[in-house]
Design a protein around this ligand. Structure first.
Ligand SMILES: *Cc1c(COP(=O)(O)O)cnc(C)c1O
Length: 474
């Protein structure tokens, strides 16, 4: 492709992108496709000869677009939202165009120094301790893995990195029974072993019970195990439950346990000074992960990982082969030593564009209104005679179910709500997802997209109520 053609195509795509943002509401939220439908339309072999760009765009429109789930659709209330906004997209265009690999300072000084500055901004915007430092990672899963590895090395005085687990005491990890699945995966990968992940019971609000954490640690010490790491959730995935950091932090300090905070989604709420109570006690933690790529309007992937003790992180991850040595190594941050991958995308640029375009006030305004929509929806559902809230609504995620008659058994209610979700999502007009709380099937509805409005949330709720009330109850 010549530079001239690139220029023309890029202009066309800019129009396409602007049209998409304007018209996304006209697509079905989730496509009506079955497994294999898309692949069957794609040739078995790659083209031998060059194909014109028109052919690519044609197939993109005909095959790919109808198979996409539209996360920016205003009736998308599923999972947690994924960040997306005009300034973020524009920055990604620049990032892709420059195509830099930002593993060390020398490979792009501006990328490294912008990341340093933007992480300082973000740390202060979230109200984290001013002596913490941050680094951008690809996902919360990876950041939590880095935390678990650092905790492992701290607990064993860097012996596992050296010798493996040979002769090491049995290390233990603690997380609430509501912890995200990535924690289990990370525990496996970091070599702790699934059996050494101790799930701590939660209270009625699905938050970790600190006394139960201490009991578990004491019981493990009695058995000769080595308590290494605890992971507290600020905003669980099922219901945005908030583990109480202050008592958890005190327990961890008392027993020399590394405390990592998983605020992957709810971290965005910390932009609001009035929500800082969510991390009361944070100064006793060792690290925190927050995904601007969820509820801070920044495109995937962009995970902020903050640590109290940079040298522990670096000691766990630094490796310096000859071919990566540079004269500036003592003067700069070489972020390849701050996590797992060597190669790194230039992710700070989109975060910088987002923060500057909205300004702190603009971001706060959005987050504040999204929390208000969540609270309003909770009030509406609490007042509906045939629906019920299934968890406290701490932010903007509402967990609820349809409950038309008191006489239905718990299993029948599960089946009824499962049917309701299937019907709603098959309509293409809305997308919700489910979870289980206290064993029961629960619908989740969250408003956190960049341009979320109360009108859309209310419209979504009305569709849910209408479809539920139109169902035959067995
Ligand atoms: C989404 C989520 C994760 C995983 O995030 P990734 O960036 O996709 O790895 C972890 N913890 C919580 C609480 C989450 O909501």
């Amino acid at each position: 492709m010549t530079h001239t053609e690139f220029r023309q195509r890029a202009h066309e795509l800019a129009d396409w992108m602007a049209d998409y943002f304007e018209n996304v509401a006209q697509y079905p939220v989730k496509p009506a496709v079955s497994p294999g439908d898309i692949k069957a339309q794609l040739p078995e072999h790659p083209p031998i000869a060059s194909e014109p760009f028109e052919a690519l765009m044609d197939d993109f429109q005909k095959i790919i677009l109808p198979g996409m789930t539209h996360w920016s659709h205003p009736q998308f209330f599923a999972y947690f939202p994924t960040g997306n906004s005009a300034p973020s997209v524009l920055a990604e265009m620049l990032t892709a165009t420059i195509g830099a690999q930002c593993m060390i300072w020398q490979t792009s000084p501006a990328a490294e120094e912008l990341e340093e500055r933007v992480m300082e901004w973000l740390r202060d915007m979230l109200g984290l301790p001013s002596d913490w430092v941050g680094v951008i990672q690809d996902t919360a899963s990876t950041a939590t893995l880095a935390a678990l590895i650092t905790a492992r090395e701290q607990a064993t005085e860097w012996a596992v990195n050296q010798r493996g687990f040979y002769q090491s005491a049995r290390l233990r990890v603690y997380a609430s029974a509501q912890a995200h699945s990535s924690i289990l995966k990370d525990v496996r990968i970091a070599g702790y072993g699934e059996d050494n992940l101790v799930y701590i019971p939660t209270d009625d609000a699905y938050a970790m019970i600190p006394e139960a954490l201490e009991q578990a640690i004491l019981a493990d010490l009695e058995q000769g195990y080595l308590p290494a790491c605890a992971i507290a959730a600020v905003g669980t995935t099922s219901s945005t439950a908030i583990d109480p950091l202050r008592p958890i932090g005190e327990i961890c300090r008392r027993h020399g346990v590394f405390l990592h905070v998983d605020a992957a989604y709810a971290g965005a709420a910390l932009l609001l000074p009035e929500m800082r109570g969510l991390i009361d006690g944070i100064e006793q933690a060792d690290s925190l992960v927050f995904n601007p790529h969820k509820w801070m309007f920044t495109n995937f992937d962009c995970t902020a990982y903050f640590v109290r003790n940079k040298s522990s992180l670096l000691r766990s991850f630094s490796i310096l082969p000859e071919y990566l040595k540079t004269p500036e190594d003592q003067l700069v941050n070489n972020y390849r030593d701050w996590g797992i991958p060597l190669g790194r995308r230039f992710r700070a640029l989109k975060l910088w564009f987002v923060i500057r375009t909205y300004g702190v006030e603009g971001l706060q305004g959005k987050i504040r209104s999204h929390i208000e929509y969540g609270q309003r929806l909770a009030a509406v559902i609490a007042a509906a005679p045939d629906f019920e809230l299934m968890a406290p609504v701490s932010l903007n995620l509402v967990c609820f179910r349809y409950r038309p008659q008191a006489a239905l058994s718990p299993e029948d209610l599960d089946r009824l709500n499962e049917q309701l979700l299937l019907r709603l999502n098959a309509s293409g007009r809305i997308l919700l997802t489910q979870t289980r709380l206290s064993g029961r099937y629960v619908l989740r509805m969250v408003a956190g997209q960049t341009d979320a409005t109360w009108e859309e949330m209310e419209k979504g709720w009305q569709l849910v109520a209408e479809m539920a009330r139109g169902m035959e109850v067995f």
